[in-house]
Design a protein around this ligand. Structure first.
Ligand code: C5P
Length: 304
Protein backbone atom coordinates (compact mmCIF):
# COMPACT_ATOMS: atom_id res chain seq x y z
CA UNK A 1 0.00 0.00 0.00
CA UNK A 2 1.36 3.46 -0.85
CA UNK A 3 1.88 5.98 1.92
CA UNK A 4 -0.70 8.29 0.30
CA UNK A 5 -3.33 5.57 0.43
CA UNK A 6 -2.32 4.69 3.98
CA UNK A 7 -2.61 8.31 5.10
CA UNK A 8 -5.98 8.72 3.43
CA UNK A 9 -7.40 5.61 5.03
CA UNK A 10 -6.01 6.01 8.52
CA UNK A 11 -8.26 7.09 11.37
CA UNK A 12 -7.05 8.68 14.63
CA UNK A 13 -9.05 8.78 17.85
CA UNK A 14 -8.07 10.72 20.99
CA UNK A 15 -9.14 9.17 24.27
CA UNK A 16 -8.99 10.99 27.61
CA UNK A 17 -7.62 9.92 30.98
CA UNK A 18 -10.01 9.64 33.92
CA UNK A 19 -9.94 10.43 37.61
CA UNK A 20 -12.22 8.59 40.05
CA UNK A 21 -13.62 11.37 42.23
CA UNK A 22 -15.27 8.77 44.40
CA UNK A 23 -14.79 5.00 44.44
CA UNK A 24 -16.89 2.93 46.77
CA UNK A 25 -16.17 -0.77 46.76
CA UNK A 26 -19.02 -3.09 47.68
CA UNK A 27 -19.08 -6.83 48.19
CA UNK A 28 -17.11 -9.23 46.00
CA UNK A 29 -19.42 -10.88 43.46
CA UNK A 30 -19.46 -14.53 42.40
CA UNK A 31 -17.68 -13.55 39.16
CA UNK A 32 -14.75 -12.16 41.21
CA UNK A 33 -15.52 -8.50 40.49
CA UNK A 34 -16.61 -6.09 43.19
CA UNK A 35 -19.85 -4.15 43.09
CA UNK A 36 -18.89 -0.47 42.68
CA UNK A 37 -20.33 2.99 43.00
CA UNK A 38 -17.85 5.33 41.39
CA UNK A 39 -17.87 8.85 39.99
CA UNK A 40 -15.61 9.37 37.00
CA UNK A 41 -14.33 12.63 35.53
CA UNK A 42 -12.54 12.65 32.15
CA UNK A 43 -9.48 14.92 32.23
CA UNK A 44 -7.35 16.54 29.55
CA UNK A 45 -4.53 14.08 29.12
CA UNK A 46 -4.99 11.99 26.02
CA UNK A 47 -3.82 8.89 24.25
CA UNK A 48 -4.05 8.96 20.47
CA UNK A 49 -4.71 5.76 18.62
CA UNK A 50 -4.35 5.59 14.83
CA UNK A 51 -5.49 2.55 12.89
CA UNK A 52 -4.11 1.89 9.40
CA UNK A 53 -5.12 -0.97 7.08
CA UNK A 54 -2.28 -3.45 6.98
CA UNK A 55 -1.33 -6.97 5.92
CA UNK A 56 -1.19 -8.15 9.51
CA UNK A 57 -2.31 -7.13 13.01
CA UNK A 58 0.40 -5.14 14.78
CA UNK A 59 0.90 -2.37 17.30
CA UNK A 60 3.53 0.37 17.69
CA UNK A 61 3.67 2.71 20.70
CA UNK A 62 5.22 6.19 20.91
CA UNK A 63 5.22 8.90 23.59
CA UNK A 64 6.47 9.35 27.16
CA UNK A 65 4.93 6.12 28.51
CA UNK A 66 5.62 3.93 25.48
CA UNK A 67 7.99 1.69 27.45
CA UNK A 68 5.23 0.62 29.82
CA UNK A 69 2.84 -0.52 27.09
CA UNK A 70 2.91 -4.12 25.82
CA UNK A 71 3.10 -4.51 22.04
CA UNK A 72 2.05 -8.16 21.97
CA UNK A 73 -1.45 -9.61 21.77
CA UNK A 74 -2.22 -8.38 25.32
CA UNK A 75 -2.22 -4.75 24.11
CA UNK A 76 -5.66 -3.34 24.90
CA UNK A 77 -6.02 -1.18 21.78
CA UNK A 78 -5.12 -4.16 19.61
CA UNK A 79 -7.55 -6.35 21.54
CA UNK A 80 -10.25 -3.70 21.09
CA UNK A 81 -9.60 -3.61 17.33
CA UNK A 82 -9.63 -7.42 16.97
CA UNK A 83 -12.67 -7.81 19.16
CA UNK A 84 -14.59 -5.32 17.03
CA UNK A 85 -13.44 -7.05 13.80
CA UNK A 86 -14.70 -10.37 15.17
CA UNK A 87 -17.98 -8.86 16.31
CA UNK A 88 -18.84 -7.42 12.89
CA UNK A 89 -17.15 -10.08 10.74
CA UNK A 90 -14.59 -7.77 9.13
CA UNK A 91 -11.48 -9.56 7.86
CA UNK A 92 -9.18 -6.57 7.42
CA UNK A 93 -6.10 -6.45 9.68
CA UNK A 94 -4.93 -3.08 10.94
CA UNK A 95 -1.73 -1.69 12.28
CA UNK A 96 -2.41 0.23 15.50
CA UNK A 97 -0.17 3.23 16.24
CA UNK A 98 -0.49 4.60 19.78
CA UNK A 99 0.76 7.93 21.08
CA UNK A 100 0.69 7.39 24.85
CA UNK A 101 0.41 10.46 27.03
CA UNK A 102 -1.67 8.89 29.83
CA UNK A 103 0.45 7.24 32.52
CA UNK A 104 -1.90 4.39 33.35
CA UNK A 105 -3.32 1.77 30.98
CA UNK A 106 -5.76 3.30 28.54
CA UNK A 107 -8.47 1.72 26.57
CA UNK A 108 -10.94 1.51 23.86
CA UNK A 109 -9.71 4.10 21.39
CA UNK A 110 -8.53 1.24 19.14
CA UNK A 111 -12.02 -0.19 18.68
CA UNK A 112 -13.54 3.25 18.34
CA UNK A 113 -11.06 4.16 15.58
CA UNK A 114 -11.82 0.94 13.70
CA UNK A 115 -15.52 1.69 13.80
CA UNK A 116 -14.75 4.82 11.78
CA UNK A 117 -12.08 3.22 9.56
CA UNK A 118 -14.41 0.45 8.47
CA UNK A 119 -17.35 2.84 8.19
CA UNK A 120 -19.42 0.68 10.52
CA UNK A 121 -21.26 3.43 12.36
CA UNK A 122 -22.07 0.92 15.08
CA UNK A 123 -24.71 1.90 17.60
CA UNK A 124 -23.12 3.47 20.67
CA UNK A 125 -24.47 0.67 22.88
CA UNK A 126 -22.66 -2.01 20.85
CA UNK A 127 -19.35 -0.16 21.18
CA UNK A 128 -19.94 0.31 24.90
CA UNK A 129 -20.60 -3.41 25.29
CA UNK A 130 -17.35 -4.30 23.52
CA UNK A 131 -15.60 -1.70 25.68
CA UNK A 132 -16.95 -3.26 28.89
CA UNK A 133 -15.59 -6.67 27.82
CA UNK A 134 -12.11 -5.13 27.71
CA UNK A 135 -12.21 -3.41 31.10
CA UNK A 136 -14.71 -2.10 33.63
CA UNK A 137 -13.79 1.58 33.21
CA UNK A 138 -13.36 1.56 29.43
CA UNK A 139 -16.98 2.45 28.54
CA UNK A 140 -16.38 5.69 30.44
CA UNK A 141 -13.38 6.52 28.23
CA UNK A 142 -15.81 6.55 25.27
CA UNK A 143 -18.42 8.59 27.11
CA UNK A 144 -16.26 11.21 28.91
CA UNK A 145 -17.58 14.14 30.95
CA UNK A 146 -18.63 13.18 34.46
CA UNK A 147 -20.58 10.00 35.14
CA UNK A 148 -21.56 7.60 37.89
CA UNK A 149 -20.41 4.03 37.25
CA UNK A 150 -22.21 1.11 38.85
CA UNK A 151 -22.10 -2.69 38.47
CA UNK A 152 -18.38 -3.36 38.13
CA UNK A 153 -17.97 0.25 36.97
CA UNK A 154 -19.18 -0.29 33.39
CA UNK A 155 -22.82 0.84 33.77
CA UNK A 156 -22.87 4.61 33.34
CA UNK A 157 -25.28 7.39 34.23
CA UNK A 158 -24.51 11.05 33.49
CA UNK A 159 -24.13 13.48 36.39
CA UNK A 160 -25.43 17.00 36.58
CA UNK A 161 -22.31 19.07 37.18
CA UNK A 162 -20.94 22.61 36.95
CA UNK A 163 -17.46 24.01 36.64
CA UNK A 164 -14.03 23.27 35.24
CA UNK A 165 -11.47 21.79 37.60
CA UNK A 166 -7.69 22.02 37.67
CA UNK A 167 -5.93 18.78 38.57
CA UNK A 168 -2.38 17.83 39.33
CA UNK A 169 -1.61 14.17 38.76
CA UNK A 170 1.32 12.69 40.64
CA UNK A 171 2.51 9.74 38.62
CA UNK A 172 4.42 6.87 40.15
CA UNK A 173 7.21 5.18 38.26
CA UNK A 174 6.23 1.76 39.59
CA UNK A 175 2.86 0.32 38.61
CA UNK A 176 0.27 -1.38 40.79
CA UNK A 177 -1.72 -4.36 39.57
CA UNK A 178 -5.47 -3.71 39.77
CA UNK A 179 -6.37 -7.30 40.87
CA UNK A 180 -3.73 -7.11 43.65
CA UNK A 181 -5.18 -3.85 44.96
CA UNK A 182 -8.72 -5.30 45.07
CA UNK A 183 -7.34 -8.44 46.77
CA UNK A 184 -5.53 -6.28 49.34
CA UNK A 185 -8.76 -4.35 49.96
CA UNK A 186 -10.53 -7.68 50.67
CA UNK A 187 -7.69 -8.75 52.96
CA UNK A 188 -7.79 -5.48 54.94
CA UNK A 189 -11.56 -5.70 55.29
CA UNK A 190 -11.46 -9.25 56.60
CA UNK A 191 -14.81 -10.91 57.09
CA UNK A 192 -16.91 -7.81 57.83
CA UNK A 193 -20.19 -7.59 55.92
CA UNK A 194 -19.94 -4.93 53.17
CA UNK A 195 -23.10 -3.02 52.16
CA UNK A 196 -24.05 -2.30 48.54
CA UNK A 197 -22.26 0.94 47.59
CA UNK A 198 -23.97 4.18 46.58
CA UNK A 199 -22.54 7.53 45.44
CA UNK A 200 -22.48 9.97 48.34
CA UNK A 201 -24.88 12.89 48.64
CA UNK A 202 -21.88 15.16 49.42
CA UNK A 203 -20.25 14.33 46.09
CA UNK A 204 -23.44 14.90 44.09
CA UNK A 205 -24.11 18.21 45.86
CA UNK A 206 -20.52 19.38 45.31
CA UNK A 207 -20.70 18.60 41.58
CA UNK A 208 -24.11 20.25 41.18
CA UNK A 209 -22.90 23.42 42.89
CA UNK A 210 -19.49 23.57 41.17
CA UNK A 211 -17.92 24.32 44.56
CA UNK A 212 -14.26 23.31 44.33
CA UNK A 213 -13.73 23.18 48.11
CA UNK A 214 -16.78 20.97 48.58
CA UNK A 215 -15.55 18.70 45.78
CA UNK A 216 -12.08 18.56 47.36
CA UNK A 217 -13.62 17.52 50.67
CA UNK A 218 -15.82 14.88 49.02
CA UNK A 219 -13.00 13.02 47.18
CA UNK A 220 -12.87 9.43 48.51
CA UNK A 221 -11.56 6.06 47.46
CA UNK A 222 -12.17 2.76 49.26
CA UNK A 223 -9.10 1.31 47.48
CA UNK A 224 -6.84 4.00 48.90
CA UNK A 225 -5.74 2.06 52.03
CA UNK A 226 -5.07 -1.03 49.94
CA UNK A 227 -3.01 0.90 47.37
CA UNK A 228 -1.02 2.59 50.17
CA UNK A 229 -0.56 -0.74 51.96
CA UNK A 230 1.06 -2.12 48.78
CA UNK A 231 2.94 1.06 47.93
CA UNK A 232 3.47 3.10 51.13
CA UNK A 233 5.09 6.02 49.22
CA UNK A 234 1.61 6.93 47.95
CA UNK A 235 0.66 7.97 51.50
CA UNK A 236 3.62 10.39 51.55
CA UNK A 237 2.58 11.82 48.18
CA UNK A 238 -0.98 12.42 49.45
CA UNK A 239 0.21 14.16 52.62
CA UNK A 240 2.69 16.32 50.68
CA UNK A 241 0.12 17.46 48.09
CA UNK A 242 -2.34 18.53 50.77
CA UNK A 243 0.41 20.31 52.73
CA UNK A 244 1.43 22.17 49.57
CA UNK A 245 -2.05 23.61 49.16
CA UNK A 246 -4.25 21.17 47.21
CA UNK A 247 -7.94 21.54 48.13
CA UNK A 248 -8.23 17.75 48.04
CA UNK A 249 -6.36 14.65 47.02
CA UNK A 250 -7.23 11.05 46.23
CA UNK A 251 -5.63 7.90 44.88
CA UNK A 252 -7.25 7.53 41.47
CA UNK A 253 -8.84 4.12 40.82
CA UNK A 254 -6.53 1.36 42.01
CA UNK A 255 -3.54 3.74 41.81
CA UNK A 256 -0.73 4.39 41.67
CA UNK A 257 -1.63 7.84 40.25
CA UNK A 258 -2.62 10.34 42.95
CA UNK A 259 -4.93 13.15 41.79
CA UNK A 260 -4.89 16.56 43.52
CA UNK A 261 -7.58 19.16 43.05
CA UNK A 262 -6.54 22.83 43.06
CA UNK A 263 -8.62 26.00 42.83
CA UNK A 264 -6.93 27.69 39.86
CA UNK A 265 -4.49 27.06 36.99
CA UNK A 266 -1.88 29.05 38.95
CA UNK A 267 -2.37 26.93 42.06
CA UNK A 268 -2.00 23.80 39.91
CA UNK A 269 1.30 25.10 38.53
CA UNK A 270 2.54 25.99 42.04
CA UNK A 271 1.63 22.54 43.31
CA UNK A 272 3.50 20.91 40.41
CA UNK A 273 6.60 22.92 41.27
CA UNK A 274 6.38 22.09 45.02
CA UNK A 275 5.78 18.37 44.46
CA UNK A 276 8.63 18.16 41.96
CA UNK A 277 11.03 20.19 44.15
CA UNK A 278 10.26 18.05 47.22
CA UNK A 279 11.21 14.93 45.27
CA UNK A 280 8.17 13.10 46.67
CA UNK A 281 6.62 12.42 43.26
CA UNK A 282 8.70 11.12 40.39
CA UNK A 283 6.56 12.93 37.84
CA UNK A 284 3.66 15.41 37.87
CA UNK A 285 1.19 16.41 35.14
CA UNK A 286 -1.52 19.06 35.00
CA UNK A 287 -4.92 18.39 33.47
CA UNK A 288 -8.27 20.18 33.26
CA UNK A 289 -11.60 18.41 33.53
CA UNK A 290 -14.20 17.52 32.59
CA UNK A 291 -13.41 16.87 28.92
CA UNK A 292 -15.18 14.93 26.14
CA UNK A 293 -14.85 11.20 25.70
CA UNK A 294 -13.00 9.52 22.82
CA UNK A 295 -13.28 11.50 19.58
CA UNK A 296 -12.08 11.14 16.01
CA UNK A 297 -9.31 13.61 15.23
CA UNK A 298 -10.01 15.49 12.01
CA UNK A 299 -7.18 15.41 9.44
CA UNK A 300 -4.91 12.63 8.31
CA UNK A 301 -1.70 13.15 10.32
CA UNK A 302 -1.07 10.90 13.32
CA UNK A 303 1.48 11.98 15.97
CA UNK A 304 4.64 9.93 16.09
O1 C5P B 1 -12.30 -4.68 34.54
P1 C5P B 1 -10.83 -4.68 34.66
O2 C5P B 1 -10.15 -5.53 33.61
O3 C5P B 1 -10.21 -3.33 34.75
O4 C5P B 1 -10.52 -5.38 36.05
C1 C5P B 1 -9.26 -5.82 36.42
C2 C5P B 1 -9.34 -6.58 37.72
O5 C5P B 1 -9.67 -5.70 38.78
C3 C5P B 1 -10.41 -7.67 37.77
O6 C5P B 1 -9.93 -8.89 37.27
C4 C5P B 1 -10.70 -7.76 39.26
O7 C5P B 1 -9.69 -8.49 39.93
C5 C5P B 1 -10.56 -6.31 39.71
N1 C5P B 1 -11.85 -5.59 39.71
C6 C5P B 1 -12.78 -5.89 40.70
N2 C5P B 1 -13.98 -5.24 40.71
C7 C5P B 1 -14.26 -4.28 39.79
C8 C5P B 1 -13.32 -3.96 38.79
C9 C5P B 1 -12.13 -4.63 38.77
O8 C5P B 1 -12.53 -6.76 41.57
N3 C5P B 1 -15.43 -3.66 39.85
Amino acid sequence: MTSAATTRRSVTVRAPAKVNLELKVGPRRVDGYHELATVYMAVGLHDEVTVVPSDEWSVVVHGPYADHVPTDSSNLALRAARSLAEQVGVDEPVSVVIYKEIPVAGGMAGGSADDHLWGLGLPRDDLLETAADLGSDIPFVLTGGIAVGSGRGERLAPVLARGTYHWVLAVSDTGLSTPSVYAECDRLRGTSRIPLPEPSADMMTALRSGDVDALGAALTNDLSDAAISLQPDLGDVLVAGLEYGAVGGVVSGSGPTVAFLTDSPEAALDLCVSLTASGVASEVRRAKGPVHGAQVVPGPTPRA
